[in-house]
Design a binder for this molecule. Structure first.
Ligand SMILES: [Zn+2]
Length: 669
């Protein structure tokens, strides 16, 4: 019975930072010994070799996960150095494994001998593994293998340094304001928070750090152009030659080194570029296909974006600088829809949003979500929820950690805490982390979200559901594991659509003081804002995606050439010319230190999939059981156990089409 499977949650409070490195070393040694013993004993069947390997990987992942998570959300100098000490060890283990020729041969023979008896999922696992072996250069001569390994280790270290520079440069900046007049236009909760920050530092006035809520609020609302320019300058020069302490935090050299190493790595295993290497594991089939896809979207979006920008300058009655765009866009939006993102915050108290969002998942997928008290967490901001099957049995669970704070990485993400497995007698249910950086509660005021933050919450929850609702038993293809990179954002972007639906908004909104739902008029206005400046937003995403794809397909570059590519991309797709000091690329963590290298396009790619998938719900009713169960069965539960295109076609009855996205964004002709 599934009832007997309890969640095996990390015991955060027992993690001793000074024992992390030792524990990881011991576990890796144990894995190595076990693997050697298996191979020496000639293990070459699914049961004797693949299952123990899956166990090992599962254990390592669940041991490392809370450490990696805490490094991201409750960072400290000690934790950071323990974390950094482990990175090369883990990379070495994964590279050793991926380059283990005996293991490769054994997997190959298992597929050949047992292939016909295995399930489609099991075969997919072996095929993925064999592909990854080849990508890791398993057939390379010894010297090249060593070089490959060295490159992987160097990359891990450089990418981590890139991240640290961004975090440190961000944390080092602050702005103290003594005169309240300078804060004209800034929303009260942001001012209140800055006031509290000043008080906690025994200062008069208002103290601003450079976190995302502060930055966005200033850019959108501060009447003072000087203040906007100052924040903008700080934000877009982080970790660059134009920013604070460039001698310590300038990422220029790192960017160019990272690209050079990636390029060398790709060449070693027979690809013409890192972009080509990256596509080997994706749904998109070639470099040309991706560039054409992006350029096709740009051709549709740019004329619309240009028209929107002209309208904005006309509205502002002057030509606009980069630091003016959000501010006037917000005013124009308010003028047009009589609606401000900030004014809607009281309608979206975090608890209400979560409760409504959980109801949506419950109605769609027949699960139940319940808060569990008394769980061991690493910070008082974090809490835990169970996901239960209709019969009350456990399906999975997740931690949420949603407030912005010091020592916490910015942005929002979902990560695996425990992966699902059922391997013989040993089973584990999936557990996720959902992390955001919303404005924390202040005094008696709970955390209040803007609607775009609500959308972010739905997005991460969509990833979480993909991880937690999986029915796949093998860790390396369960949940988000083994899913083609450019399809991995399908469940998340799909989920965003619900945050815009008139059937859902009453479930997720309720005025913080009165509980009143979002009034009909406000609701209609909010819906009207969805396509507002969608052209400008689209070309911005395309700018990032094309920049990413080009730096990874055009060979190694020095930092000047990298900036040159960015400028060239902008001249082709952008409608806003940023100032010469803009160093956006220097803090572009997605592609330089995150997992999106030559993969940023996948956001748009997956948007096409998501909009097309959601259009099936629009056609048949968004809470239509048949459609939602088909989505659950064909996509969410399948994880990486089957080809992404095949799963999509099974759900939708045909291949994906671009038109639903163009229609959703108001870009259709
Ligand atoms: Zn995502």
């Amino acid at each position: 019975m599934t009832h007997s499977t309890a969640l095996d949650l990390p015991r955060f409070s027992t993690i001793k930072i000074d024992q992390i490195e030792g524990a990881i070393r011991a576990l890796l040694d144990e894995n190595r010994t076990r693997l050697d013993a298996l191979l020496n004993a000639g293990a070459n069947t699914w049961e004797d070799l693949v299952v123990p390997l899956e166990e090992m990987q599962h254990k390592l992942s669940r041991t490392w996960s809370p450490i990696g998570h805490m490094n991201g959300v409750v960072n400290s100098d000690e934790l950071r150095s323990a974390y950094n000490a482990c990175l090369p060890l883990l990379t070495a283990w994964h590279t050793d494994l991926a380059q283990n020729e005996r293991l490769y041969r054994a997997y190959e023979s298992i597929l050949q001998r047992e292939g016909s008896k295995l399930s489609a999922g099991q075969r997919k696992l072996l095929e993925n593994a064999l592909r990854d072996f080849r990508l890791a250069g398993v057939a390379l001569p010894a010297a090249s293998k060593d070089r490959f390994k060295a490159l992987m280790e160097q990359l891990a270290t450089l990418q981590s340094k890139f991240d640290e520079n961004v975090l440190d440069a961000t944390n080092a900046w602050s702005k103290h304001i003594a005169n309240e007049a300078e804060l004209s236009g800034v929303p009260a909760p942001i001012i209140e928070r800055a006031r509290a920050a000043a008080e906690s530092r025994q200062m008069e006035g208002w103290f601003f750090t450079l976190d995302a809520p502060n930055y966005q609020a200033i850019m959108m609302h501060a009447d003072s152009e000087a203040l906007r320019r100052e924040f903008y300058t700080a934000w877009v020069t982080r970790a660059s030659d134009q920013g604070l302490q460039p001698e310590r935090w300038d990422n220029s050299q790192l960017m160019s080194q990272i690209l050079a190493l990636r390029s060398e790595l790709a060449a070693l295993v027979g690809f013409r570029s890192y972009a080509e290497f990256s596509l080997a594991t994706k749904m998109a089939s070639s470099v040309d296909e991706v560039r054409e896809f992006l350029e096709q979207l740009a051709a549709k979006a740019r004329p619309v974006a240009q028209r929107e920008f002209d309208e904005l300058e006309h509205f502002a009655k002057r030509s606009l600088n980069a630091w003016d765009v959000s501010y006037f866009a917000e005013r124009m939006k308010r003028d047009r829809f009589d609606l401000s993102e900030e004014e809607l915050r009281p309608y979206f108290p975090l608890d209400r949003v979560l409760a409504g969002m959980f109801q949506v998942a419950e109605r769609l997928y027949g699960v139940r979500i319940a808060l569990r008290e008394g769980v061991d967490v690493y910070h008082s901001d974090a809490c835990f929820y169970d996901i239960l099957n209709p019969d009350g049995s456990q399906r999975g669970g997740f931690f949420v950690d949603l407030y912005s704070r010091e020592k916490k990485r910015g942005g929002a993400w979902m990560d695996e805490c425990v992966g699902r497995k059922r391997l013989g007698d040993s089973a584990a249910l999936p557990v996720a982390y959902l992390v955001c950086n919303f404005m924390p509660p202040s005094g008696k005021q709970p955390s209040l979200l803007t609607h775009s933050e609500v959308v972010t919450m739905f997005h991460e929850f969509g990833h979480g559901l993909h991880h937690m609702l999986t029915r796949v038993d093998y860790p390396s293809i369960a949940g988000i594991n083994g899913v083609a990179w450019d399809a991995v954002e399908l469940p998340s972007q799909f989920m965003e659509n619900f945050a815009w639906r008139p059937e859902v908004l009453p479930l997720i909104s309720g005025h913080v003081a009165t509980g009143a739902p979002l009034p009909e008029q406000e609701l209609q206005r909010l819906l009207g804002t969805r396509t507002f400046q969608a052209g400008m937003q689209t070309v911005r995403q395309l700018e990032f995606a094309l920049f990413d794809f080009r730096v990874h397909s055009e060979g190694p570059q020095d930092s000047t050439a990298i900036m040159g590519i960015l400028e060239d991309v902008r001249s082709r797709v952008a409608v806003i010319s940023p100032p010469a000091f803009n160093r956006f690329a220097h803090s572009f963590q997605h592609i330089f230190s995150g997992g999106y290298a030559a993969g940023y396009y996948s956001y748009k790619w997956a948007e096409v999939l998501a909009a097309d998938a959601f259009s099936a719900f629009e056609e048949e009713g968004i809470f239509n059981d048949k459609v939602s169960r088909r989505f659950l069965n064909s996509i969410l539960e399948q994880g990486g156990s089957r080809d992404a295109m095949e799963a999509f076609v099974e759900f939708r009855g045909r291949k994906p089409q671009i038109e639903p996205l163009l229609k959703q964004l108001g870009l259709a002709a």
